[in-house]
Design a protein around this ligand. Sequence first.
Ligand code: HGY
Ligand code: MN
Ligand code: MN
Length: 398
Amino acid sequence: MIPVNADRFLADLHHLRSIGAAGVGKGVVRPAYTEADIEARKWLAEQMRAAGLTPHFDPVGNLFGLTEGPSLLMGSHSDSQPEGGWLDGALGVIAALEVARASREAGGPPISVVSFEDEEGRFGVTTGSAIWSGNLALDKADTLSDHGGLTFAEARTAFADLAGDFVDPSRFTGFVEMHIEQGPTLDTSGEQIGVVTDIVGIRDMRITMEGQQNHAGTTPIHLRKDAFQALSAFSTAINDRFRNVVTPSTVWTIGHVSLHPNASSIVPGKVTFSMQWRDGEIDRLGRMEQIIRDTAEEIAKARGMTLSYGPMLGLDPVKMDETLRAALSKGAETVAPGNWRNMPSGALHDATNVSKLMPVAMLFVPSINGISHDFAEDTAEVDLVAGLKVLAHAAAQQ
Ligand code: HGY
Ligand code: MN
Ligand code: MN
């Protein structure tokens, strides 16, 4: 077993939390390419160097801590949602750093570390690892923009003076990512560890409906081409039409809405909204897409409105590598005998992209009350340390 240092691991985790601390509970605000994100990555690069690894930024800000020769890659992401938790991504990066550091100290197996950039999709979907893995072409990524209109090409210039080439994935024998569950399963069952079996697929697109901006007092209801009413009708219709396509584990979300001009006395003439859906089956994702497009077209036509789509991004469901998964299961049984389970991931992770390049596996620790993507996200420190030890066990079996 690699002798990990739990106190050093927790101290690094709390230091990373302090970079971009939201000042609300343990929350963080550290979206990709913001000052806090860049400061965090520079601090991580110093820790990697101090651990005997060679820090390396690639052209999009993915940060690797490289060891010589072939190695197992471990890590996650250190960027956060606009309102993020202190552990989403950060846990996997700091746990990987501690295992790599402790392994070097003990003359153990070579471990490299990575913090992928923009996993949280300020611009795309798991953007940094999608580009590195070839799932997303850099020139296409450069045309993506955030909700404020900043392009990915502009944002990534923040790393221009730090960036080297993309790292050659063939130097890695596999990838293991530790992450919080971000859901209620382990918190409800009371189990300490989840060994991931597969990660769901996702589709994500922006839809714009345009009608007629007008006076909220003088425009009769039957003459309106009201963008909010169109969105409301669309959402109600897809909820109904999904009924006999989806399963209890299928999810779909309209999370971002920009209504123009967003004023109380003006009938909104335009709405652009995010449409995201996830499932473990590729063909179900396709059937849902068809319902979404058909319903949007039907509603826009019936209301004399125009309809346009932004780029659709997505990743297909992936299964975890059996050998790496067995190593995690063995570690879980050693660290938390009888207190762990095999389970799917409803959240997306960089491991999905990396699975295109090499064998991948993931492990979870519980999220208190199943909360994530919220300042209240948290995990008991005893569970964080248990997860670290499972990760170290899996690394030692390489
Ligand atoms: O949305 C996700 O599943 C990930 O946390 N970005
Ligand atoms: Mn994450
Ligand atoms: Mn996340």
